[in-house]
Write a protein that binds this ligand. Structure first.
Ligand SMILES: [Zn+2]
Length: 249
């Protein structure tokens, strides 16, 4: 699998001398490099931003991403009501991968090790942060609703299967503005560096011309001689990508 950035004006993203690139070649599957995750795309985007900042500082750059779940993932600590308990709990939190120096730690069974962190704060009506915990204890949905001033809603049952707007506490929380309107980790990272990030409409990756670039490269790749050597194949992939003319892009 290859992940890359492309511009209709400049082609595949690289420094003018071609030495700094952002393409990632990824051997997908459990026994290989695993799967391309949101952390991988964040790292790749950070490199992309470094290159455009350093070598193309006079252009205005906008990053456009397909609306895939790998891209649109929110930071782990983003407020979410989906597993919140009605009553106080010492266990409620968000599971994140345990990583040391940016490297995910794996258990003996090959699964990533997890640790539980506290969910990030919401927002009170006066715009102050709304902490969901008292010390180590999650406050529970009833208390959170009361603190928002939603006294009637705090009397509702915790959750139900109806899915109306005000059928239960969980549904009310889903519709709280600070739960409803959360930005992806990718957008937050781009903004922090002063770049705009746009997501294409869901299920419309065909709007992204990178799809035609992949198609062009695949056709070229198929014309190369067969080989079972990984280094041949990797070289063929890179040369097939290079063969896509900027004019065609
Ligand atoms: Zn409900």
């Amino acid at each position: 699998m290859v992940a890359n950035f492309v511009s209709a004006d400049f082609g595949w993203l690289h420094s003018p001398d071609g030495m700094e690139t952002v393409h990632v070649i990824f051997k997908a599957g459990k026994t290989q490099d695993g799967y391309f995750t949101n952390d991988d795309i964040l790292e790749q985007t950070a490199q992309a931003m470094d290159i455009v900042q350093k070598h193309y500082p006079n252009d205005k750059h906008i990053f456009i991403f397909d609306n895939a779940t790998t891209h649109s993932k929110q930071p782990a600590s983003t407020p979410s009501a989906s597993r919140m308990t009605k009553n106080p709990s010492t266990k409620f939190g968000v599971e994140v991968s345990l990583s040391i120096d940016g490297k995910v730690q794996y258990a003996v069974n090959g699964k990533p090790q997890k640790r539980t962190i506290q969910m990030g704060p919401g927002c009170l009506p006066n715009s102050e942060p709304h902490c969901f915990y008292e010390g180590n204890v999650f406050k529970g949905m009833t208390k959170l609703l009361l603190e928002w001033g939603l006294t009637e809603e705090a009397k509702l049952k915790g959750s139900c299967k109806k899915g109306a707007t005000r059928c239960c506490q969980r549904r009310v929380l889903y519709n709280q503005p600070d739960f409803d309107d959360q930005e992806s980790a990718l957008k937050i990272a781009c903004k922090a560096q002063g770049f705009q990030a746009i997501f294409l409409p869901k299920f419309h990756c065909e709007l992204n011309f990178i799809e035609q670039c992949w198609g062009h490269a695949k056709r070229t790749y198929h014309q190369y001689p067969l080989s079972s050597r990984e280094d041949d194949l990797e070289r063929n992939v890179l040369s097939a990508l290079e063969s896509v003319p900027v004019a065609a892009m």
